[in-house]
Design a protein around this ligand. Structure first.
Ligand SMILES: NC(=O)C1=CN([C@@H]2O[C@H](COP(=O)(O)OP(=O)(O)OC[C@H]3O[C@@H](n4cnc5c(N)ncnc54)[C@H](OP(=O)(O)O)[C@@H]3O)[C@@H](O)[C@H]2O)C=CC1
Ligand SMILES: O=C(O)C1=N[C@H](C(=O)O)C[C@H](O)C1
Length: 268
Protein backbone atom coordinates (compact mmCIF):
# COMPACT_ATOMS: atom_id res chain seq x y z
CA UNK A 1 0.00 0.00 0.00
CA UNK A 2 1.48 3.38 -1.06
CA UNK A 3 1.33 6.03 1.69
CA UNK A 4 0.62 9.46 0.20
CA UNK A 5 0.44 12.97 1.62
CA UNK A 6 -0.98 16.03 -0.14
CA UNK A 7 0.52 19.53 0.00
CA UNK A 8 -2.03 22.28 -0.63
CA UNK A 9 -4.75 19.98 0.67
CA UNK A 10 -7.06 22.93 1.40
CA UNK A 11 -6.92 24.10 -2.23
CA UNK A 12 -9.05 23.31 -5.30
CA UNK A 13 -6.81 20.48 -6.50
CA UNK A 14 -5.52 19.27 -3.12
CA UNK A 15 -9.00 18.75 -1.67
CA UNK A 16 -10.22 16.88 -4.77
CA UNK A 17 -7.12 14.66 -4.76
CA UNK A 18 -7.74 13.84 -1.08
CA UNK A 19 -11.35 12.91 -1.84
CA UNK A 20 -10.57 10.67 -4.84
CA UNK A 21 -7.56 9.12 -3.10
CA UNK A 22 -9.91 7.87 -0.40
CA UNK A 23 -11.78 5.86 -3.05
CA UNK A 24 -8.67 4.49 -4.83
CA UNK A 25 -7.20 1.05 -4.19
CA UNK A 26 -3.51 0.53 -3.45
CA UNK A 27 -2.90 3.99 -1.99
CA UNK A 28 -3.84 5.60 1.30
CA UNK A 29 -3.83 9.20 2.54
CA UNK A 30 -1.56 9.57 5.58
CA UNK A 31 -0.97 13.32 5.66
CA UNK A 32 -2.06 16.77 4.58
CA UNK A 33 0.00 19.95 4.45
CA UNK A 34 -0.92 23.62 4.34
CA UNK A 35 1.03 26.82 5.01
CA UNK A 36 1.23 28.00 8.64
CA UNK A 37 -1.84 30.09 9.52
CA UNK A 38 -4.07 28.47 6.89
CA UNK A 39 -7.61 27.80 8.15
CA UNK A 40 -7.31 24.09 7.24
CA UNK A 41 -4.39 23.44 9.63
CA UNK A 42 -5.60 21.21 12.46
CA UNK A 43 -8.72 20.10 10.54
CA UNK A 44 -9.47 16.46 9.81
CA UNK A 45 -8.71 15.72 6.16
CA UNK A 46 -12.02 13.86 5.78
CA UNK A 47 -14.03 16.85 6.99
CA UNK A 48 -12.08 19.08 4.61
CA UNK A 49 -12.87 17.01 1.55
CA UNK A 50 -16.50 16.44 2.50
CA UNK A 51 -16.15 12.76 3.45
CA UNK A 52 -16.21 11.05 6.85
CA UNK A 53 -13.51 11.86 9.47
CA UNK A 54 -10.28 10.04 8.62
CA UNK A 55 -8.14 10.61 11.70
CA UNK A 56 -5.58 12.40 9.50
CA UNK A 57 -5.10 16.01 10.55
CA UNK A 58 -3.73 18.81 8.31
CA UNK A 59 -0.28 19.98 9.44
CA UNK A 60 1.92 22.97 8.62
CA UNK A 61 5.40 21.39 8.81
CA UNK A 62 6.58 19.53 5.72
CA UNK A 63 9.22 17.48 7.59
CA UNK A 64 6.57 16.04 9.93
CA UNK A 65 4.35 15.06 7.01
CA UNK A 66 7.25 13.48 5.11
CA UNK A 67 8.11 11.24 8.08
CA UNK A 68 4.89 9.28 7.51
CA UNK A 69 4.60 9.08 3.72
CA UNK A 70 6.25 7.42 0.72
CA UNK A 71 5.23 10.17 -1.68
CA UNK A 72 4.22 13.82 -1.43
CA UNK A 73 1.69 15.08 -4.00
CA UNK A 74 2.11 18.85 -4.34
CA UNK A 75 -0.35 21.32 -5.89
CA UNK A 76 0.58 24.63 -4.23
CA UNK A 77 2.64 27.57 -5.51
CA UNK A 78 6.14 27.46 -7.06
CA UNK A 79 8.12 28.66 -4.03
CA UNK A 80 6.35 26.24 -1.69
CA UNK A 81 6.72 23.28 -4.07
CA UNK A 82 10.45 23.93 -4.33
CA UNK A 83 10.84 24.11 -0.54
CA UNK A 84 8.84 20.89 -0.20
CA UNK A 85 11.07 19.23 -2.78
CA UNK A 86 14.21 20.26 -0.85
CA UNK A 87 12.72 18.64 2.26
CA UNK A 88 11.66 15.53 0.30
CA UNK A 89 15.17 15.20 -1.14
CA UNK A 90 16.63 15.39 2.38
CA UNK A 91 14.13 12.78 3.63
CA UNK A 92 14.47 10.53 0.55
CA UNK A 93 10.77 10.68 -0.38
CA UNK A 94 9.30 10.64 -3.90
CA UNK A 95 7.23 13.54 -5.19
CA UNK A 96 4.49 14.35 -7.68
CA UNK A 97 4.41 18.05 -8.56
CA UNK A 98 1.45 19.53 -10.41
CA UNK A 99 2.18 23.17 -9.57
CA UNK A 100 2.79 25.48 -12.55
CA UNK A 101 4.47 28.86 -12.97
CA UNK A 102 8.07 27.92 -12.09
CA UNK A 103 10.75 30.39 -13.20
CA UNK A 104 13.70 29.07 -15.29
CA UNK A 105 15.89 29.16 -12.13
CA UNK A 106 13.30 27.20 -10.15
CA UNK A 107 13.06 24.63 -12.97
CA UNK A 108 16.83 24.23 -12.84
CA UNK A 109 16.66 23.65 -9.05
CA UNK A 110 13.99 20.97 -9.60
CA UNK A 111 16.22 19.19 -12.14
CA UNK A 112 19.10 19.25 -9.63
CA UNK A 113 16.99 17.96 -6.73
CA UNK A 114 15.60 15.18 -8.93
CA UNK A 115 19.09 13.69 -9.01
CA UNK A 116 18.36 12.65 -5.41
CA UNK A 117 14.72 11.51 -5.55
CA UNK A 118 12.16 10.29 -8.07
CA UNK A 119 9.81 13.11 -9.05
CA UNK A 120 6.95 13.35 -11.55
CA UNK A 121 6.58 16.95 -12.72
CA UNK A 122 3.68 17.67 -15.08
CA UNK A 123 1.73 20.88 -15.75
CA UNK A 124 -1.28 18.79 -16.70
CA UNK A 125 -2.03 15.31 -15.36
CA UNK A 126 -4.96 14.47 -17.64
CA UNK A 127 -4.60 11.66 -20.18
CA UNK A 128 -6.10 13.81 -22.94
CA UNK A 129 -3.62 16.66 -22.70
CA UNK A 130 -0.65 14.30 -22.50
CA UNK A 131 -1.77 12.51 -25.66
CA UNK A 132 -2.11 15.98 -27.20
CA UNK A 133 1.52 16.78 -26.31
CA UNK A 134 2.52 13.80 -28.45
CA UNK A 135 0.25 14.20 -31.48
CA UNK A 136 0.92 17.94 -31.67
CA UNK A 137 4.53 17.30 -32.59
CA UNK A 138 3.40 15.12 -35.51
CA UNK A 139 0.87 17.70 -36.71
CA UNK A 140 3.50 20.47 -36.54
CA UNK A 141 6.08 18.35 -38.37
CA UNK A 142 3.65 17.19 -41.08
CA UNK A 143 2.22 20.67 -41.76
CA UNK A 144 5.66 22.30 -41.84
CA UNK A 145 6.52 25.98 -41.37
CA UNK A 146 3.79 27.40 -43.66
CA UNK A 147 1.12 27.13 -40.97
CA UNK A 148 0.91 29.85 -38.30
CA UNK A 149 0.60 28.44 -34.79
CA UNK A 150 -1.49 30.24 -32.17
CA UNK A 151 -2.43 28.83 -28.78
CA UNK A 152 -5.33 30.12 -26.67
CA UNK A 153 -5.91 29.03 -23.09
CA UNK A 154 -8.78 29.88 -20.74
CA UNK A 155 -8.94 29.37 -16.97
CA UNK A 156 -10.92 30.48 -13.92
CA UNK A 157 -10.49 33.95 -12.45
CA UNK A 158 -8.48 32.65 -9.46
CA UNK A 159 -5.54 31.26 -11.46
CA UNK A 160 -2.30 32.99 -10.53
CA UNK A 161 0.12 32.13 -13.35
CA UNK A 162 -0.09 32.99 -17.05
CA UNK A 163 0.15 31.53 -19.56
CA UNK A 164 -0.85 28.17 -18.13
CA UNK A 165 1.86 25.55 -17.71
CA UNK A 166 -0.03 23.41 -20.22
CA UNK A 167 -0.06 26.16 -22.88
CA UNK A 168 3.69 26.63 -22.43
CA UNK A 169 4.33 22.92 -22.81
CA UNK A 170 2.09 22.72 -25.90
CA UNK A 171 4.01 25.66 -27.39
CA UNK A 172 7.31 24.02 -26.49
CA UNK A 173 6.25 20.80 -28.24
CA UNK A 174 5.53 22.75 -31.44
CA UNK A 175 8.78 24.74 -31.16
CA UNK A 176 10.81 21.55 -30.71
CA UNK A 177 9.11 19.91 -33.70
CA UNK A 178 10.07 22.97 -35.77
CA UNK A 179 13.68 22.92 -34.55
CA UNK A 180 13.48 26.23 -32.66
CA UNK A 181 13.09 27.35 -29.05
CA UNK A 182 10.11 28.97 -27.40
CA UNK A 183 12.48 31.58 -25.99
CA UNK A 184 13.12 32.78 -29.55
CA UNK A 185 9.64 32.48 -31.12
CA UNK A 186 7.07 32.84 -28.28
CA UNK A 187 4.77 35.90 -28.59
CA UNK A 188 2.69 36.53 -25.48
CA UNK A 189 0.97 39.88 -26.24
CA UNK A 190 0.09 42.07 -29.20
CA UNK A 191 -0.93 45.72 -29.06
CA UNK A 192 -0.56 48.71 -31.38
CA UNK A 193 1.13 48.97 -34.77
CA UNK A 194 3.13 45.78 -34.50
CA UNK A 195 3.64 44.96 -38.18
CA UNK A 196 3.13 41.66 -39.97
CA UNK A 197 3.21 38.42 -38.08
CA UNK A 198 6.67 36.82 -38.12
CA UNK A 199 6.20 33.47 -39.87
CA UNK A 200 7.97 31.47 -37.18
CA UNK A 201 6.09 33.07 -34.24
CA UNK A 202 4.13 30.88 -31.82
CA UNK A 203 1.43 33.07 -30.28
CA UNK A 204 0.19 32.21 -26.78
CA UNK A 205 -2.88 34.09 -25.54
CA UNK A 206 -4.47 33.96 -22.10
CA UNK A 207 -8.14 34.31 -21.11
CA UNK A 208 -9.23 34.44 -17.46
CA UNK A 209 -12.76 34.40 -16.07
CA UNK A 210 -15.43 32.79 -13.93
CA UNK A 211 -15.06 29.13 -13.07
CA UNK A 212 -13.52 27.78 -16.30
CA UNK A 213 -11.68 24.61 -15.26
CA UNK A 214 -9.18 24.64 -18.12
CA UNK A 215 -9.35 24.90 -21.93
CA UNK A 216 -6.56 24.84 -24.49
CA UNK A 217 -6.82 25.27 -28.27
CA UNK A 218 -3.93 25.04 -30.69
CA UNK A 219 -4.61 26.64 -34.08
CA UNK A 220 -2.59 25.84 -37.20
CA UNK A 221 -3.63 28.58 -39.62
CA UNK A 222 -2.81 28.00 -43.28
CA UNK A 223 -3.79 29.94 -46.40
CA UNK A 224 -7.25 28.60 -47.22
CA UNK A 225 -7.63 26.16 -44.31
CA UNK A 226 -6.91 25.65 -40.65
CA UNK A 227 -6.70 22.91 -38.05
CA UNK A 228 -7.90 23.53 -34.49
CA UNK A 229 -7.18 21.05 -31.72
CA UNK A 230 -9.01 21.66 -28.43
CA UNK A 231 -8.87 20.05 -25.01
CA UNK A 232 -11.52 20.96 -22.46
CA UNK A 233 -11.42 19.74 -18.87
CA UNK A 234 -15.00 19.15 -17.65
CA UNK A 235 -13.88 19.01 -14.01
CA UNK A 236 -10.69 18.69 -11.96
CA UNK A 237 -11.18 14.93 -11.57
CA UNK A 238 -8.97 13.95 -14.50
CA UNK A 239 -6.09 15.99 -13.09
CA UNK A 240 -6.63 14.46 -9.64
CA UNK A 241 -6.81 10.89 -10.96
CA UNK A 242 -3.65 11.51 -13.01
CA UNK A 243 -1.81 12.77 -9.92
CA UNK A 244 -2.85 9.68 -7.93
CA UNK A 245 -1.78 7.34 -10.76
CA UNK A 246 1.56 9.17 -10.84
CA UNK A 247 1.97 8.80 -7.06
CA UNK A 248 1.41 5.04 -7.23
CA UNK A 249 3.82 4.79 -10.18
CA UNK A 250 6.70 6.90 -8.82
CA UNK A 251 7.24 5.12 -5.48
CA UNK A 252 10.25 2.80 -5.82
CA UNK A 253 11.46 4.36 -9.10
CA UNK A 254 15.12 5.41 -9.40
CA UNK A 255 15.93 9.08 -8.77
CA UNK A 256 15.12 11.26 -11.76
CA UNK A 257 12.67 13.73 -13.22
CA UNK A 258 9.72 12.02 -14.91
CA UNK A 259 6.77 13.32 -16.90
CA UNK A 260 3.18 12.12 -17.20
CA UNK A 261 4.19 10.56 -20.53
CA UNK A 262 6.52 8.27 -18.52
CA UNK A 263 3.69 7.44 -16.12
CA UNK A 264 1.32 6.65 -18.98
CA UNK A 265 3.99 4.60 -20.77
CA UNK A 266 3.85 6.72 -23.94
CA UNK A 267 7.20 8.56 -23.70
CA UNK A 268 9.51 8.31 -26.75
N1 LIG B 1 -0.76 19.57 -13.17
C1 LIG B 1 -2.10 19.65 -13.25
O1 LIG B 1 -2.78 18.75 -13.79
C2 LIG B 1 -2.79 20.83 -12.64
C3 LIG B 1 -2.04 21.82 -12.08
N2 LIG B 1 -2.64 22.85 -11.40
C4 LIG B 1 -1.75 23.77 -10.73
O2 LIG B 1 -1.76 23.44 -9.34
C5 LIG B 1 -1.52 24.63 -8.55
C6 LIG B 1 -2.62 24.77 -7.51
O3 LIG B 1 -3.85 24.99 -8.16
P1 LIG B 1 -5.21 25.14 -7.32
O4 LIG B 1 -5.43 23.91 -6.49
O5 LIG B 1 -6.23 25.57 -8.28
O6 LIG B 1 -4.81 26.38 -6.38
P2 LIG B 1 -5.37 26.72 -4.91
O7 LIG B 1 -4.93 28.12 -4.63
O8 LIG B 1 -6.81 26.38 -4.81
O9 LIG B 1 -4.57 25.69 -3.98
C7 LIG B 1 -3.23 25.83 -3.61
C8 LIG B 1 -3.14 25.53 -2.14
O10 LIG B 1 -1.78 25.53 -1.73
C9 LIG B 1 -1.72 26.28 -0.53
N3 LIG B 1 -0.37 26.76 -0.22
C10 LIG B 1 0.20 27.95 -0.55
N4 LIG B 1 1.44 28.02 -0.01
C11 LIG B 1 1.64 26.87 0.67
C12 LIG B 1 2.71 26.36 1.48
N5 LIG B 1 3.83 27.07 1.67
N6 LIG B 1 2.58 25.14 2.04
C13 LIG B 1 1.46 24.41 1.85
N7 LIG B 1 0.40 24.85 1.14
C14 LIG B 1 0.50 26.05 0.55
C15 LIG B 1 -2.72 27.40 -0.75
O11 LIG B 1 -3.02 28.09 0.44
P3 LIG B 1 -3.58 29.62 0.31
O12 LIG B 1 -4.96 29.50 -0.23
O13 LIG B 1 -3.52 30.15 1.68
O14 LIG B 1 -2.63 30.34 -0.60
C16 LIG B 1 -3.87 26.59 -1.29
O15 LIG B 1 -4.62 25.96 -0.29
C17 LIG B 1 -1.43 25.76 -9.57
O16 LIG B 1 -0.08 26.02 -9.87
C18 LIG B 1 -2.15 25.21 -10.80
O17 LIG B 1 -1.72 25.82 -12.00
C19 LIG B 1 -3.99 22.93 -11.29
C20 LIG B 1 -4.79 21.98 -11.86
C21 LIG B 1 -4.26 20.85 -12.60
O1 LIG C 1 -4.66 26.41 -12.49
C1 LIG C 1 -5.40 25.56 -13.02
O2 LIG C 1 -6.59 25.42 -12.71
C2 LIG C 1 -4.82 24.67 -14.04
N1 LIG C 1 -3.55 24.73 -14.24
C3 LIG C 1 -2.78 23.90 -15.09
C4 LIG C 1 -1.92 24.69 -16.02
O3 LIG C 1 -1.45 25.79 -15.67
O4 LIG C 1 -1.65 24.23 -17.14
C5 LIG C 1 -3.55 22.78 -15.72
C6 LIG C 1 -5.02 22.96 -15.85
O5 LIG C 1 -5.33 23.50 -17.09
C7 LIG C 1 -5.69 23.67 -14.72
Amino acid sequence: MVRAAVAGIGGRMGSRIAQILGQTEGITLVGGLERPGHAAVGCDVGALSGTRPSGVVVEDTVERVLERCDVLIDFTVPEASLNHMKAAAAAGRAMVIGTTGFSPDQQESIRTLAQKIACVLAPNMSVGVNVLFKVLRDIARLLGPDYDVEIVEAHHRFKKDAPSGTALKLADAVAQARGCTLEDVGVYARHGLIGERPREAIGIQTLRGGDVVGEHTVFFYGMGERIEVTHRAHSRDNFARGAITAAKWVVGKPAGLYSMLDVLGIAD
